[in-house]
Design a protein around this ligand. Structure first.
Ligand code: PEP
Ligand code: MG
Length: 641
């Protein structure tokens, strides 16, 4: 997927490596200063530059090999220009500060819970520091002073926090004490907590991602889906983070962009230093920092092998996706950002099975209006010609928090359990103006291509009914205005991605025109395992019998009504799972474009009767481990036993 581009950094490495030499690339001074810039980042790291090879195993999320220099994104300062407020804004500013304090406490709590996995030495250093930070987020002078500055100085919360922190730091440094280093440390601690608060107050994304030197391997504590959307795959060779799970939206975005990536690398930010060389294997889920000659050579070989494999798969592009007994299988692409459109064409996708419209709402401070959305959808439809395009209306909420918008649209969505709160269709029905604008924009371009509309996070048939009422109302309004719409409106389908929807699929099928099974969320909600959480990623298992049974129930409900049903979660892009999915009756798979060739290769080797037999055997199992064995053994004869 990435090999040619990844060769760039490998080739350029000599010059760049020499330029960096053994000099400190900025990694040594960072821990305490940078901690506030990233959610749960460890606040301090050893001062001496590390030189030894260090291999870390994480979660393989996007295949490909990258050899390049580490670029640690944590050194990006939050932008918080001085700002005054009006007297009427005091209450709102106080509330912003309270929210930022709560978020900062949560981040520090999370970091504390991760201390146990660090070496004892690091724990001893970090634990008291974290306690000091937490204290400063209580009834501290810093917060009391900042609140006072908001009220009496009419300052924005971030300005108030910074001013108060500087005043306290100056006071500490002016004390008569011979332990100057100790005083400086205390002053820095106050400044650091102020920086964390400022970052949270300004919801600063990793803005300077665009400045990452070409060919770098990006290292971060955590990357949000919105951050990932800003990455330029032609510049970034690889991504590695401490946080994140295999099927979180960040992972999906990275796969879509074709950037070799490994998430969930414990201890990564402790050990990686800016300017270090690294070999990242997004297929194996490893990153080797400061590789020795042997590891480097292995990386180069893997890079060449990956490029060869890719060239082989590219030859499949024009061949049809049919099984050996002639059953056609539709292979469609998921689209995260329009930049992927050329990849979709290259992969030979038969349309877009899931266009996630969240990209339109990310990294901006206002909402895209109907006109802007119309243009965006028109661009996609034009590129896809007569191929089907399934546009999913906004699935905002859960981990897909679009921070800049949360103030204005649904300030309540970030409740104690965002994934269970006002997410997806729930939010759209509560804010029908959002849904109306999106429906209208899609309807305006409906006669320019072959479009369908998909509703996210459905749990009840009544939600679909209500959405359809909005849909028809919008269509009537547009027709009254003289907008030409097709006689038959585009189909309105449902994501089946909650256990509730799967088990009520027979009732929901009566309200919907098609189903798209979202196995990412279905697995998350069924197993109560956050799909983006590294700590529980070992429990996240779409092959768990509970998930498979729900998929089977929903698929059969659709097939009974001869209603189209597809799978568009990450499962669909895993060639090893294709026999099972076909055996369950699925004939349409939508996945990240780069996965299509491998999946097609698998489809072309299968016989439907074998798949059906295999699926029956799998569905008899109740032990997830046994199911894994069967799935991995498919084709070796073991599945027949
Ligand atoms: C899913 O949940 O499987 C899905 C396809 O939707 P998303 O990944 O965008 O939540
Ligand atoms: Mg989903």
């Amino acid at each position: 997927m990435k090999s040619e581009k990844a060769e760039g950094p490998a080739g350029a490495l000599g010059a760049r490596g020499a330029a960096h030499g053994g000099a400190n690339g900025g990694g040594a001074h960072g821990g305490a200063e940078r901690a506030a810039e990233r959610g749960t980042e460890a606040p301090r790291k050893p001062a001496a530059r590390q030189t030894r090879e260090h291999a870390i195993r994480g979660i393989a999320v996007a295949p490909g090999i990258a050899i390049g220099l580490i670029y640690d994104t944590s050194e990006i300062p939050a932008e918080a220009p001085r700002r005054n407020i009006q007297p009427g804004q005091v209450e709102a500013e106080r509330q912003r500060l309270t929210d930022a304090v709560a978020l900062s406490r949560k981040q520090l709590g999370k970091l504390k819970s991760r201390l146990a996995i660090l070496p004892e030495e690091a724990q001893e250093e970090l634990a008291p520091l974290l306690d000091a930070y937490v204290l400063m987020l209580g009834n501290s002078r810093l917060l009391r002073g900042a609140r006072k500055r908001i009220e009496t100085g009419l300052l924005a919360a971030e300005t108030a926090v910074q001013d108060e922190a500087e005043a306290i730091a100056a006071l500490i440094l002016s004390a008569r004490d011979d332990d100057r280093a100790g005083l400086k440390r205390r002053a820095d601690e106050v400044r650091e907590i102020a920086r964390r608060l400022t970052r949270n107050l300004t919801a600063t994304p990793f803005r300077s991602l665009k400045d990452v030197p070409e060919g770098s391997i990006l290292v971060a504590e955590e990357l949000t889906p919105a951050d990932a959307a800003l990455l330029d795959p032609s510049r970034i060779a690889g991504v590695a983070t401490e946080e994140g799970g295999a099927d979180g939206h960040t992972a999906i975005m990275l796969r879509a962009l074709g950037i070799p990536s490994v998430l969930g690398c414990v201890g990564l930010t402790e050990s990686a230093q800016r300017g270090d060389q690294a070999v990242l294997d997004g297929s194996a889920g490893t990153i080797v920092l400061r590789p020795g000659e042997a590891a480097l050579e292995k990386g180069r070989e893997a890079l060449a092998a990956f490029a060869k494999e890719r060239a082989k798969l590219a030859k499949l592009r024009r061949l049809p996706a049919v099984t050996t007994d002639g059953e056609p299988v539709e292979l469609q692409a998921n689209l995260e950002i329009p930049a992927e459109l050329p990849l979709i064409a290259q992969a030979g996708a038969q349309g877009i099975g899931l266009l996630r419209t969240e990209f339109l709402f990310m990294n901006r401070e206002d909402l895209p209006d109907e006109e802007a959305q119309t243009q965006a959808y028109a661009q996609v439809l034009e590129a896809m010609g007569t191929d089907q395009v399934t546009i999913r209306v906004l699935d905002w909420g859960g981990e897909k928090d679009m921070e800049a918008l949360s103030q204005g649209i649904a300030p309540t969505h970030a409740g104690p359990n965002p994934a269970l709160g006002l997410r997806g269709l729930r939010l759209l029905l509560k804010r029908p103006e959002l849904l109306e604008a999106q429906f209208a924009a899609i309807l305006r371009v409906a006669d320019r291509g072959n479009v369908r509309i998909l509703l996210p996070l459905v749990t009840n048939p009544s939600e679909v009914k209500e959405a359809r009422e909005v849909y028809e109302r919008v269509a009537r309004r547009l027709r009254r205005k003289g907008v030409h719409l097709p006689d038959r409106l585009p189909e309105l389908g449902c994501m089946i991605e909650t256990p509730g929807a799967a088990l009520a699929a027979d009732a929901i099928a009566l309200e919907a025109d098609f189903f798209a099974i979202g196995t990412n969320d279905l697995a998350m909600y069924t197993l109560a395992v956050d799909r983006a959480e590294a700590e529980v990623s070992h429990l996240y298992d779409p092959l768990h019998p509970a998930v498979l049974r729900l998929m089977q129930f929903a698929t059969e409900a659709a097939l009974r009504l001869r209603m189209p049903v597809s799978v568009c979660g990450e499962m669909a892009g895993n060639p090893r799972l294709v026999p099972l999915l076909l055996g369950l009756g699925i004939r349409c798979l939508s996945m990240n474009a780069s996965a299509i060739p491998r999946v097609k290769q698998m489809v072309r080797s299968l016989d439907i009767a074998d798949c059906a037999r295999f699926a029956r055997r799998v569905m008899e199992q109740s032990d997830p481990q046994r199911i894994h064995e069967l799935v991995m053994g498919f084709g070796s004869g073991s599945e027949k036993g």
